[in-house]
Design a protein around this ligand. Structure first.
Ligand code: NAI
Length: 459
């Protein structure tokens, strides 16, 4: 078959790949978008969207369980997993359909189904089709890792299988207290399971500010989620009766299900990358800030590129590459300004530097302020506890980090990222009137306090 020519060939149609395709098409480029599985990738089908749907079910279950506290007489009879899946799959299905419609309607995108392989710096081969492009974008994403001695299958699952469980297990062990671990721990607990999280490091969500980890651990304790930090899993075995998890040091834990959440690795093997000369570093594809690999004409976006593995970073990478190729000279994506939300209960939302990172970067002039949600009317109404911690670079410097814990705080991260991204001073933020009673008001009040004029808080 003769080679088919494009301006850009994109390998992988997840968040990074499809965002790149859509933006490039808007800019008049001819694009081939290659996908072996489903348009939308991990985020839409096996990650963000289905997990957050399950977390919403978990929140509904908790509301029913806690109804009496708000004067509603109700009893939680149980979780109907078939109905949970039908709700979750309905959300995913509608978004998938919408996305398919967008790609189809975009002028200039040729969607190619099949497993692609990089066969030269300008070519992706899919079966007997050769797609050539002046630019190739690697967007093959990531996969759930496991550990030696922990074989996935049956009762031992990664998040992908855990999204399909057909019943609520009585006892769950979660291996890994990172983002996936704490989100699933939260879901299983709300569904009624006994949950133990085992984390090798000294605290949960160890990339976050320690104050955040502490608040999460406190929240989990209140919810009777057992947390074993500083505990490393050595091996896991299973039989018909359950799973046995052995910790280094000899302790043994037993459960009906083991969720393995020890990180996601880049999907870069057997795709021809190394043969074409693309440098890999522990499987990741290093790039410069314009997301160019060491091979001329080949770029990489999303989870392949070392940094936070987040769908919205993938979108931003994809859009950046399309615009850069089109000559628009966009601003590179700055990982420190990528907001992070972990949707467990209590929820975590952060952007910018932790206190420790700020001290490393800005020295001893760094100051912090913690606003307790106890002083916030809407948080009281929702019955949530938590805080907003602000990190300031110097006594008269801008806010360089915002760290929030509490129900629904993810929805507050938008203003927080503008504050950090625009290097706002507390005084700049304090002069904006924040709506009462909202949780957003807590963000306003935290800045009022940092500007020296606290309202419902101490200075
Ligand atoms: P992670 O890197 O966040 O956490 C893995 C945890 O496992 C680490 O804390 C590590 O210390 C621990 N661990 C490793 N080996 C261990 C052992 N032998 N024993 C005990 N603990 C051990 O990875 P995770 O949670 O699998 O998530 C993968 C990626 O997916 C993350 O980069 C995350 O950003 C992304 N993600 C983001 C979400 C969000 O933004 N809400 C939701 C889900 C995933």
């Amino acid at each position: 078959m003769p080679a088919e020519e494009f301006d850009i060939v994109i390998l992988g149609a997840g968040s990074g790949g499809y965002a790149c395709a859509l933006r490039a098409a808007q800019l008049g480029k001819r694009v081939a978008l290659v996908e072996k599985d489903k348009l939308g990738g991990t985020c839409l089908h096996w990650g963000c969207i289905p997990t957050k749907a399950m977390l919403h079910t978990a929140e509904v279950a908790d509301s029913v369980r806690d109804g009496a506290r708000y004067g509603v007489s109700a009893a939680l009879e149980g979780i109907d997993m078939a109905a949970v899946h039908s709700y979750k799959d309905g959300v995913v299905g509608r978004l998938h359909k919408g996305l398919q419609g967008l790609v189809k309607a975009a002028d200039g995108i040729t969607y190619v189904e099949g497993k692609g392989r990089l066969t030269s710096a300008t070519t992706v081969t899919v079966g007997d089709r050769e797609l050539t492009g002046q630019h190739v974008v690697l967007a093959t994403g990531s996969y759930a890792r496991t550990l030696p001695g922990v074989e996935v299958g049956g009762r031992i699952m990664t998040s992908e299988q855990a999204l399909q469980v057909d019943h609520v297990p009585d006892r769950v062990i979660v291996l890994g207290g990172g983002v996936i671990g704490v989100e699933f721990a939260s879901v299983f607990r709300s569904f009624g399971a006994e949950v133990t999280v085992v984390e090798a490091l000294e605290r949960l969500v160890a990339v976050e500010d320690p104050a955040v980890s502490k608040a999460l651990e406190r929240g989990f304790r209140k919810r009777k989620i057992a947390v074993r930090t500083g505990a490393k899993v050595a091996s896991a075995t299973q039989d018909d009766a359950g799973v046995r998890v052995e910790l280094e040091g000899g302790d043994v834990l037993e459960a009906d299900l083991l969720l393995v959440a020890v990180g996601r690795g880049p999907r870069t093997q057997d795709l021809g990358y190394e043969q074409v000369g693309v440098t890999l570093d522990r499987g990741y594809v290093p790039t410069d800030e314009r997301l160019r690999t060491n091979v001329e004409g080949v770029r990489a976006v999303g989870d392949l590129v070392p940094g936070p593995q987040l769908a919205h970073r993938g979108f931003a990478h994809g859009i950046f590459v399309a615009e850069d190729i089109a000559g628009l000279e966009p601003t590179p994506v700055d990982d420190t300004l990528v907001p992070k939300v972990t949707y467990c209960d209590p929820e975590i939302a952060t952007v910018g530097l932790t206190e420790e990172q700020a001290r490393e970067k800005h020295g001893e002039g760094v100051s912090v302020y913690e606003y307790n949600l106890g002083g916030n009317g809407k948080s009281q109404i929702l019955g949530t506890a938590g805080f907003i911690k602000l990190v300031r670079s110097a006594p008269d410097g801008p806010v360089v980090g915002v760290h929030m814990v509490g129900a629904r705080m993810g929805e507050q991260v938008g203003e927080a990222q503008l504050i950090v991204g625009w290097e706002a001073l507390p005084e700049d933020v304090a002069q904006f009137v924040h709506a009462h009673p909202t949780q957003n008001e807590a963000l306003g009040e935290a800045h009022l306090a940092l500007a020296g004029k606290p309202l419902h808080a101490h200075a």
